[in-house]
Write a protein that binds this ligand. Structure first.
Ligand SMILES: [Fe+2]
Length: 192
């Protein structure tokens, strides 16, 4: 990885940590981090040439750019192919994305049942954001989003998560057409 990119990604993590320590990870803090991440993504292929990052074997692929010490944040370059979609899900941890190229629509949902029935959930849409060059999105710890790449070129994005993907909490997947919900195992215990 180029030295300039390594330094820029390490600097992003440091700046994000300052924001979190000052503003927390509520909407105000995450919006500031989004601004930082969009500025980094705007350096585009000069800093993140696609030739440095292997394309997905299937629909999507993550490349580690920088990891914070001490069970901290993870910064990735993600490549998703045209048409790649992800059903509504909750990461359990906040996430900020910014586009280098391509367009990915993020639709946000709110859970509308009380969570008292195992395996049952209902959700309703509450808005959407297009992640395309010059733009990003931020979602809080238990926000629910659904994604789809709508460009005819791959979506290449910077993705910053509150935890590294290898130490991710349980991701909860919703299938509104069946009013069902399914939680994947947390990686935090085994990675601890
Ligand atoms: Fe997601």
């Amino acid at each position: 990885m180029s030295e300039e990119r390594t330094q820029a990604c390490a600097a992003l993590l440091k700046q994000a940590r300052v924001v979190i320590d000052t503003d927390g990870t509520g909407e105000a803090g995450l919006e500031k981090i989004k601004t930082l991440l969009v500025a980094l993504a705007d350096r585009g292929e000069a800093l993140f040439p696609l030739s440095d990052f292997a394309m997905p074997n299937a629909q999507g692929r993550n490349h580690i750019l920088a990891l914070e010490d001490g069970d901290g944040m993870g910064l990735y370059l993600t490549i998703n192919m045209p048409g790649k979609e992800a059903a509504p899900h909750d990461h359990g941890i906040w996430c900020v994305n910014a586009a280098i190229s391509g367009r990915e629509v993020n639709r946000f949902y709110r859970r509308t049942d009380d969570g008292s029935r195992a395996g049952y959930a209902t959700i309703e849409p509450i808005g959407e954001v297009m992640v395309e060059p010059g733009h990003g999105m931020a979602m809080a710890d238990h926000a629910i989003h659904e994604t789809m790449v709508v460009s005819d070129v791959p979506s290449v994005e910077l993705a910053l998560y509150g935890y590294a993907l290898a130490r991710f909490p349980s991701v909860v997947w919703f299938h509104p057409e069946f009013s069902s919900v399914r939680a994947m195992p947390s990686r935090r215990a085994e990675a601890a």
